[in-house]
Design a protein around this ligand. Structure first.
Ligand code: FE2
Length: 427
């Protein structure tokens, strides 16, 4: 059997050592030892071989715009939205596409090969929609881009949002978005959840709302999202992004909410880098941290995936398309420090996110789409600890990025000449 690519000697996330054989864009075989001729063979000895990273929550229309036209001085969510409004009026499809494609290059280099991006539809020109639909086609052969029609200025609060959201869906945007906590009243927020879920039901689309991204413990739109999911039979295709108000909610109320959320199959997408930066800004001390109740959700059987949300945009001034940064921050803020929980954090930026996006053919198994990343780490915990280098990235059967291992040279009396930060076996 002539292979296209053979990855030798890697360690899978579950600890098994395996060779991975790739042919015609698929994983032809995965076994402890494969010896077959291949056009290209990679030595992954002692390196973690994982299915690619997946980001379930991003804003690709805003990325890499940091400082344009000015920086967010207060650091708040609301100033970020106002700042984005200033920038939005000046956008061109060419400029949005150029920034987005640059970001996709970063993503590929980091082994991030599937992204769900919200795209603002509160713009009569639909500049972001036009640009990102084109980008989606451009990158299709190596990166899966899923788009969410996102009414940033409010589905009802912006009088044109409803019509523009429907136009965006007509143009081929994949998922219905919303922002109920930003509507003028709780009642309008509640009504927006109902109508958005009805739109998704009528069109057979998934739902992913920015839901309760606030420190207000009385922001309870997740309750309505759960109710509509069950009423309309949308189980398994609805996500609540952020859910930061749950950090501050009454504990008794949450004890009722989480079983209902599990029952409805509503997934949660917290975004730890951005939640920790934006929430609690109105507090003195103690300052709330705003991250939703991740370990408690997981204990109830709710699917939870870590999202990135922002890189270098009006809301967040850092980032590099690295889902290991996201997992690292999530692990700390959620205090998920047991070995099992740290491994779960790795799964939450890979397979859990793939399940939330409904990616077909994802995973390291025979017959799956041949996409994987080889990391300079011995296991998932070490990958998070080191935010490990991506040695090779393979997408849909093609090598799309590679990076040589570089060790630091030491000049110390009586000490080794090189330092290795790895501990896990095989380094
Ligand atoms: Fe977001």
């Amino acid at each position: 059997m002539q292979l296209d690519i053979l990855v030798k000697g890697g360690v899978l996330p579950d600890g098994r050592r395996a060779d991975v054989a790739i042919r015609d864009g698929r994983i032809a075989e995965i076994a402890p030892s494969i010896d077959a001729p291949a056009q290209e063979t990679f030595d992954a000895a002692g390196c973690l071989v994982s299915a690619p990273f997946v980001d379930p929550h991003f804003h690709m229309d805003a990325t890499l715009s940091w400082g344009n036209p000015r920086i967010n001085a207060s650091g708040t969510l609301l100033e970020g939205i106002a700042l984005w409004g200033e920038l939005k009026a000046r956008l061109t499809p060419e400029a949005v596409a150029e920034r987005a494609l640059s970001y996709c290059d970063w993503a590929v280099s980091q082994g991030l090969l599937a992204i769900r991006s919200h795209v603002d539809v509160c713009d009569d020109r639909l500049v972001g929609v036009e640009a990102l639909l084109a980008v989606k086609e451009t990158v299709r052969s190596y990166l899966d881009l899923q788009l969410v029609a996102f009414p940033q200025d409010g589905f009802y609060r912006d009088p044109r949002a409803r019509a523009n959201l429907l136009r965006a869906l007509d143009l081929g945007v994949d998922v219905v978005g919303g922002i109920p906590h930003f509507e003028r009243t709780m009642e309008e927020g509640r009504a927006s959840v109902t109508e958005l879920c009805e739109i998704a039901d009528a069109r057979g689309l998934p739902v992913d709302l920015h839901c309760d991204e606030t420190d207000d413990p009385l922001s309870r739109h997740i309750e309505q999202l759960i109710f509509e999911t069950t009423r309309l039979g949308l189980e398994g295709r609805v996500s609540g992004s952020h859910l930061t108000s749950m950090h501050s909610m009454d504990n008794y109320y949450v004890s009722k909410l989480l079983p209902l959320m599990a029952e409805a199959g509503v997934a949660a997408i917290p975004n730890p880098l951005v939640n920790i930066v934006l929430q609690g800004r109105h507090d003195t001390y103690p300052k709330r941290r705003g991250l939703t109740r991740v370990p408690e959700m997981r204990a109830h059987g709710i699917r939870v995936g870590w999202g990135q949300d922002c890189v270098l945009d009006p809301w967040y001034s850092l980032g590099k398309a690295d889902m290991l940064d996201v997992a690292f921050m999530g692990l700390h803020v959620a205090q998920m420090t047991s070995p099992a929980e740290m491994r779960a954090c790795f799964a939450m930026v890979t397979e859990e996110n793939a399940a939330i996006l409904g990616l077909e053919g994802y995973g390291l198994e025979r017959g799956a789409i041949a996409s994987l990343v080889v990391l300079d780490a011995g296991d998932p915990i070490e990958a998070i600890r080191l935010r490990a280098e991506r040695r090779f990235v393979i997408s849909k059967g093609r090598v799309v990025a590679r990076k040589a291992r570089v060790a630091s040279r030491l000049s110390l009396p009586g000490r080794p000449a090189e330092v290795d930060l790895r501990l896990a076996p095989g380094g």
